[in-house]
Design a protein around this ligand. Structure first.
Ligand code: OGA
Ligand code: MN
Length: 283
């Protein structure tokens, strides 16, 4: 197994691995690389849904996929798999997020205990567009101005459960744009990673976010100031997909977003998500 850190310094590609045949020592090495680099790319994987679920389970128990925005359930017989796709079959989208931009987010952070990992496998991808960007929330915290950091220390942020990253309303939710009333969970804004021990920002997503205890205008001003640092190229990595790519990210210390692509092109991705714990506050 060869670990090749990405050129920008964030994330890494693992070469020489077929995840189906990984022995215990191989998996331990992969897991160490995943904690160290937060996002791993493995190319040319040939995985059935069963293979994807079996490999994902080596990280721990899986969360069931969220209900897709169309209301359709997931892959038949595979409630762990979340389908990300713009493909329409019999008038119904087979997956979520359409073909538009998916804005920066951490998966399912509106839950009290969000997944610790997501594994996204590319089945069909367009030649152009639909790139996925990842950013380091360790680096985002390190780059925060000391004054701003002082102002947010000890605060909790409301993570919205109304809208998904594609801007679609989640099933069963009455849409609201008042973050105080929206469904979701409160998490510390500065967390300590339970495994690496490093401190990180924990933002979730911008829409309907709210800093507990502040009035909305003050909360929005602080959140906007924090979010202004997220697009910095120095803290991110951009991935252009090929079929057979498997990307696994540490969902505790990263965010991701996706570029729009031509809706006339097909893009089909299957995702699993590994159960995590409530994000612990940094001391
Ligand atoms: C996801 C996600 C974006 C993409 O699977 O959690 O945000 O590039 N996907 O498909
Ligand atoms: Mn996502």
């Amino acid at each position: 197994m060869e670990v090749r850190p990405n050129a920008g310094g964030f994330g890494a590609e693992l070469r020489g691995i077929d995840v189906r045949g990984l022995d215990g020592a191989g998996f331990a090495a992969l897991r160490r690389a995943w904690i160290a680099h937060a996002v791993l790319l493995l190319r040319d994987q040939v995985l059935t849904d069963d293979d994807l679920v079996a490999f994902s389970r080596r990280f721990g128990d899986l969360d069931l996929a969220p209900v897709q925005e169309s209301g359709r359930s997931t892959v038949v017989g595979r409630p762990e798999i979340y389908v990300v796709s713009n493909v329409i079959e019999n008038g119904v989208a087979i997956g979520s997020l359409g073909a538009g931009e998916a804005v920066w987010h951490t998966d399912m952070s509106y839950l009290p205990a969000p997944p610790m990992a997501s594994l996204l496998y590319a089945l069909e991808v367009p030649a152009e567009g639909g790139d996925t960007w990842f950013c380091s929330m360790y680096a985002a915290l390190e780059r925060l101005a000391p004054e701003l950091r002082r102002r947010i220390a000890g605060r909790r942020v409301k993570h919205d459960g109304t809208y998904n990253s594609g801007g679609y309303v989640r099933q069963g939710v009455t849409p609201t744009d008042d973050p105080r009333a929206a469904p979701g969970a409160l998490h510390p804004l500065i967390c300590r990673h339970p495994e690496s021990g490093r401190e990180m920002l924990y933002l979730g997503r911008r829409r309907n976010a709210w800093l507990e205890g502040l009035d909305l205008a003050e909360s929005d001003a602080l959140l906007d100031a924090i979010w202004a640092g997220i697009d910095a190229p120095e803290i991110g990595w951009r991935h252009h997909w090929r079929p057979g790519d498997l990307v696994l990210w540490d969902n505790r210390c990263t965010m991701h977003r996706r570029d729009a692509f031509d809706p006339a092109r097909r893009r089909i991705m299957h995702r699993t998500q590994v159960k995590g714990v409530a994000p612990p506050a940094a001391a």
